[in-house]
Design a protein around this ligand. Structure first.
Ligand code: CU
Length: 157
């Protein structure tokens, strides 16, 4: 069988049997919209390992920024800090939530300011060189403790 037929069959099979990326299900991928001029931002999503082997994500990249790192937030003396981690490990059947104040993906040195609703392509790579493509939507965050209740105050005459 020649290579191109093999490829077509492989493609057909993968499209028909699973939602594209084999063993990693990605829910609600989003990139936080920050004010213009802020060079870095974070991406959040839920990563579920639907396979039967542990997934270790060891690399990430994006067209939107020069560098992409995995980060872990923590508190030290009441200050919110974060540090780089080498890998994101998702065990079989587990969901890893990347969220504000926890583990997150950091986009460092944005190529240009992001816009609300824009799609940002992220590429995640595991230790078997499997590539996972993610399209994240740029969204405003919840603004820390504020829940953005810009109340519509009634003006009585
Ligand atoms: Cu970070």
């Amino acid at each position: 069988m020649n290579t191109s037929i093999k490829w077509s069959l492989a493609l057909l099979f993968s499209v028909a049997s699973f939602i594209c990326q084999a063993n990693l299900k990605v829910d609600d991928p989003q990139v936080r919209l920050l004010p213009p001029g802020v060079p870095n931002t974070a991406a959040y999503m839920q990563l579920t390992n639907t396979g039967n082997k542990v997934i270790r994500l060891i690399k990430a990249s994006s067209s939107a920024s020069a560098k992409v790192e995995f980060h872990q937030s923590y508190h030290l003396d009441g200050m919110a800090k974060m540090k780089q981690v080498d890998e994101l490990v998702i065990k079989q059947g587990q969901t890893l939530s990347l969220e504000s104040g926890g583990t997150h993906i950091m986009l460092i040195n944005l190529a240009q300011p992001l816009k609300q609703g824009e799609k940002v392509a992220l590429t995640l790579v595991d230790d078997n060189n499997q590539i996972y493509k993610v399209m994240a939507t740029v969204k405003k965050g919840h603004g820390g403790h504020h829940h953005g209740h810009h109340g519509h105050h009634q003006h009585h005459h």
